[in-house]
Ligand binder design. Structure first.
Ligand code: ADE
Length: 227
């Protein structure tokens, strides 16, 4: 999979790709990530990428020209499955969206900044708009990092034990069951006995029950959700 990320502040998003699972995925060649600084596509003096909004009002708006130049240059090289714009008024990210995006070959992620982008960018180039939650960030970069992490961990071969992504919370609309590790007893707080029994069908059944119970208590809305 190839991910092209367009931003006015690429430094804000680069570091999550230099550690842990995302770094491993890049090193293994399972994902290629390219950062594009929008200023490199500005033809104006001072590398201008934003301007005041027509009609007045506070806040700068990212201009269409550098974004057009950057996206068009990328599209001239290959076709993209999705051109995503990170924005608080997009579709809220969930596991289903991450699952679908993880199957794609090439995606572009455009990070907004300031007041957002000229609406014509959204109308002409963007095929999907994603929010990471009902709150406003200073820009789309951190949202893009969250989105990339959610996608990349699902690419086969990225996690050592592939089943560990399948048993994540939200797959099957269930939250994950509790997990324990050594010591079996700590200050008198014991690990549930069934987990030490070696009886795998029973352990599996216990996990399913716990996942259901946990979901019912915390997120009953998930149990009725179509998937
Ligand atoms: N940019 C600003 N706020 C955002 C959000 N909540 N999700 C995605 N991109 C954003």
């Amino acid at each position: 999979m190839r991910i092209d990320i367009i931003s006015v502040i690429p430094e804000l998003i680069e570091s999550p790709f230099n550690a842990s699972i995302m770094q491993r995925a890049v090193k293994k060649g399972l994902v290629e990530v390219y950062f594009h600084n929008l200023r490199d596509y500005s033809t104006g003096s001072y590398k201008q990428v934003d301007d005041y909004q027509f009609g007045g009002g506070a806040g700068m708006v990212l201009m269409i020209e550098p974004i057009d130049k950057c996206i068009s240059a990328l599209k001239a090289e290959r076709s993209y499955d999705e051109i995503i714009y990170m924005t608080p008024d997009g579709e809220t990210l969930n596991q289903k969206i991450a699952n679908r995006l993880s199957l794609y070959e090439n995606i572009i992620i455009l990070c907004g900044h300031y007041k957002g982008v000229d609406q014509r960018v959204r109308d002409q180039f963007i095929t999907k708009e994603i929010s990471i939650g009902d709150y406003v960030l200073s820009g789309g970069e951190l949202g893009a990092a969250v989105l990339c992490d959610a996608i990349i961990r699902l690419i086969p071969g990225v996690l050592n034990d592939e089943t560990s992504a399948l048993t994540d919370s939200f797959q099957d609309n269930l939250l994950a069951p509790p997990v324990y590790t050594r010591p079996a007893s700590y200050k008198g707080w014991d690990v549930p006995e069934v987990l030490m029994s070696g009886n795998f069908p029973e352990i599996e059944q216990w996990r399913e029950e716990k996942a259901y119970e946990h979901t019912k208590n915390r997120r009953p809305d998930l149990l009725n959700k179509e998937y």
